[in-house]
Design a binder for this molecule. Structure first.
Ligand SMILES: Cc1cc2nc3c(=O)[nH]c(=O)nc-3n(C[C@H](O)[C@H](O)[C@H](O)COP(=O)(O)OP(=O)(O)OC[C@H]3O[C@@H](n4cnc5c(N)ncnc54)[C@H](O)[C@@H]3O)c2cc1C
Length: 482
C-alpha cells in the first residue's frame, strides 16, 4: 500500500478536530482527518456557544447557518422555595465590541454535522470507523499508520481525540487528573411543568444547589443534576429536580439524551511535541461542564493553532511561532479549569448556605471566561486583546468590522483619513476605514481605534498597533514580512 502525503493529519473528528480540518482546508492545507466513530454526534454533550465563539464562527462563514438554529440566552436567575429570588445579565449587557451579547444555546451536534458536511463537500471528508495504530516522528514530520493499514506522511499531526487521547498517551504527555468526587446527571428532553418556564439559565437553591435548568434549541430543555454518587437511576435524578423546584412539578414527556459524568480536571503538561505534534480541545484540557467552556475553549484552540501552522508551512516563517500556541492556550486552559472548578464546588459547599446566589456571583466574577470575551494574550494594552467588532459602513450599506476579516490572512486596519501607502505582502489585507461618510469607501464614526493602524491576526486578536504616522514600525517590530 502506498503512503499518502498530507500537510496535517488530525486524529479525532469531534468539534475541535473538525474545526481544525475546516480551518486548515480554508488555508489551503491538505488535511486528513480520522475518527473511530461512524458519524458525527447526533444528540447531547455541549450545549452553548459563547459570544467569542460566535465571533469566530462569523470569521469563517459558519455563523449564518448555525445562528437561526439556536436560542439566545444571557440571563441567569436564582429560585428558592418555589420563589423567584434574582435575575442577572449585567456581565453580558456590558460587553464591549461585540454584537451578540449572549450564549447561543445549541447542541454540539449541530456544529459537528455542519462541519462534517462542509468537509465532505470539499473532498476532505472524515475517514470514519478508523483509529490510529502508530505515529512515528521522522525527518519529514510524522508517519501515521491507521487501523486499516493506510500510512500517511504529514508535516504535522493534531491530536483532537478527546479526553482519553491516544496521541497524548502515545507521546507520554503527563496529564495528572484531579477528581473532586462530584457526579452529575445531564438530561435533555421535552417536559411538562407548572413552573413559570422562561428561557434562562436557572439555578435552584434547596439544601444545596444541585439542579440547574438550561434552555436549549427547539422544544428541548436540559437539566444538570448533582447526584454525588455514580449509583443512581434517571427517576432518582428527576426526583431531585422535583425537590428543587417545589412546590412546582415537572415530568419528562420524552428524554432525548441522558448522561452521567464524574468531574475530572486536568491540563496536559505539554501541548506539543517537537514542533510536529499538537494537542487541542479535550485532549489537552478537561474540567467540569459548569460555565459551558469545554467546547468553546477547544474551538478557540483550533483558531489559535491553524493560522500558525499555515504561516510556518506556507510562508516560511520560523517554527518558533508554533511555541506560542502552548504559551497562549495553556494559561487559558488553566483559567478555565479554575472557573469551572470554583463553580462546580460552589453547588455543594457554601459558607452561608446561599449556594445558588454564590454560583451566579462566580459567573459574574469570571464572566471573561464564560463569555469568552475576557480571553487575551499578554498582560495589557491593545496588543494581544481581541479586536472589538464595531458597526461600519461601506458607502451607505451598514456592516460590521468582523465581516471584513479573513482567517487566511492578517488584516491591517487603517482607521482615519490620512492616506497610508504601503507595499505589503499578499498575506496582509489592508483596509482603510475613514472617519467620515465617504461614498463607496468604508467608514465609521464609532471606532475605539481612530487614527491608529491595527494589525489583526487571522484569529482576530490584535498583533500590534501604532499611530498612523508610525505604521511602518508595526512590521519591523512584529511580523517578518516574507
Ligand atoms: C459524556 C460527555 C458529556 C458532556 N457533556 C457536556 C455538557 O453537558 N456540556 C458541555 O459544555 N460539555 C460537555 N461535554 C464536553 C464537551 O462535549 C467537550 O468539551 C467537547 O466535545 C470537546 O471537543 P473535542 O473535539 O476536543 O473532543 P471530543 O468531542 O471528545 O471528540 C474527540 C473525537 O475523537 C474521536 N477519537 C477518540 N479517540 C480516537 C482514536 N484513537 N482514533 C480516532 N478517533 C478517536 C472520538 O470518536 C471523538 O469523535 C461532555 C463530554 C462528554 C464526554
Amino acid at each position: 500500500m502506498s503512503t499518502e502525503v498530507a500537510d496535517v493529519v488530525i486524529v479525532g473528528a469531534g468539534p475541535v478536530g473538525l474545526m481544525c480540518a475546516y480551518l486548515g482546508h480554508l488555508c489551503g492545507m491538505r488535511t486528513v482527518i480520522v475518527d473511530k466513530s461512524d458519524g458525527p454526534l447526533k444528540v447531547g454533550r455541549a450545549d452553548a456557544l459563547n459570544a467569542r465563539t460566535l465571533q469566530l464562527l462569523e470569521l469563517v462563514d459558519l455563523f449564518t447557518e448555525l445562528y437561526p438554529l439556536g436560542k439566545r440566552c444571557n440571563t441567569s436567575s436564582v429560585w428558592a422555595d418555589g420563589k423567584f429570588i434574582s435575575r442577572q445579565s449585567s456581565w453580558w449587557d456590558e460587553l464591549e465590541g461585540c454584537l451578540h451579547k449572549h450564549f447561543l444555546m445549541l447542541g454540539q451536534s449541530y456544529l459537528e454535522n455542519l462541519l462534517d458536511e462542509k468537509l465532505g463537500k470539499r473532498g476532505a471528508g472524515v475517514k470514519r470507523s478508523t483509529t490510529v495504530d502508530n505515529i512515528e516522528l521522522n525527518k519529514k514530520g510524522c508517519l501515521t499508520t491507521l487501523s486499516n493499514g493506510e500510512k500517511i506522511q504529514s508535516s504535522y499531526l493534531i491530536g483532537a481525540d478527546g479526553s482519553h487521547s491516544f496521541v497524548r498517551h502515545h507521546f507520554k504527555i503527563p496529564f495528572k487528573v484531579i477528581r473532586p468526587q462530584i457526579v452529575w446527571a445531564v438530561i435533555d428532553g421535552m417536559i411538562e411543568t407548572n413552573f413559570p418556564k422562561v428561557p434562562e439559565i436557572i439555578v435552584f437553591q434547596a439544601e444545596t444547589s444541585d439542579v440547574a435548568w438550561i434552555p436549549r434549541e427547539g422544544d428541548i430543555d436540559r437539566f444538570y443534576v448533582r447526584m454525588d454518587t455514580k449509583d443512581f437511576s434517571i427517576p432518582d435524578a428527576i426526583d431531585k429536580i422535583n425537590h428543587a423546584i417545589k412546590p412546582h412539578t415537572l415530568r419528562f414527556k420524552a428524554i432525548v439524551w441522558f448522561s452521567q459524568f464524574s468531574v475530572k480536571e486536568s491540563v496536559a503538561e505539554k501541548f506539543f511535541v517537537k514542533d510536529r505534534i499538537f494537542l487541542a480541545g479535550d485532549a489537552c484540557h478537561i474540567h467540569s461542564v459548569n460555565g459551558g467552556q469545554g467546547l468553546n475553549t477547544g474551538l478557540a484552540d483550533a483558531f489559535n493553532l491553524m493560522w500558525k501552522l499555515n504561516r510556518v508551512m506556507n510562508f516560511d516563517i520560523p517554527a518558533e511561532l508554533l511555541q506560542s500556541y502552548e504559551d497562549e492556550r495553556r494559561p487559558v486552559a488553566e483559567s478555565v479549569i479554575e472557573t469551572s472548578g470554583e463553580l462546580v464546588r460552589s453547588t455543594k459547599y457554601s459558607q452561608n448556605g446561599t449556594h445558588a446566589q454564590d454560583y451566579v456571583k462566580i459567573v459574574e466574577k469570571r464572566a471573561g471566561n464564560i463569555t469568552g470575551m475576557g480571553i487575551r494574550y499578554g498582560d495589557e494594552g491593545l496588543c494581544g486583546s481581541r479586536l472589538f467588532d464595531v458597526e461600519i459602513f461601506n458607502g451607505i450599506v451598514k456592516t460590521r468590522l468582523y465581516s471584513l476579516l479573513n482567517y487566511t490572512k492578517f488584516t491591517l486596519l487603517i482607521f482615519g483619513d490620512d492616506e497610508v501607502n504601503l507595499s505589503l505582502p499578499k498575506f496582509i489585507k489592508v483596509i482603510q476605514i475613514y472617519s467620515n461618510k465617504c461614498q463607496a469607501s468604508y467608514w465609521t464614526d464609532s471606532s475605539p481605534y481612530m487614527n491608529q493602524a491595527i494589525l489583526v491576526r487571522p484569529d482576530s486578536y490584535i498583533e500590534s498597533a501604532a499611530p498612523l504616522d508610525k505604521v511602518a514600525s508595526l512590521f519591523k517590530l512584529t511580523i517578518d514580512i516574507k
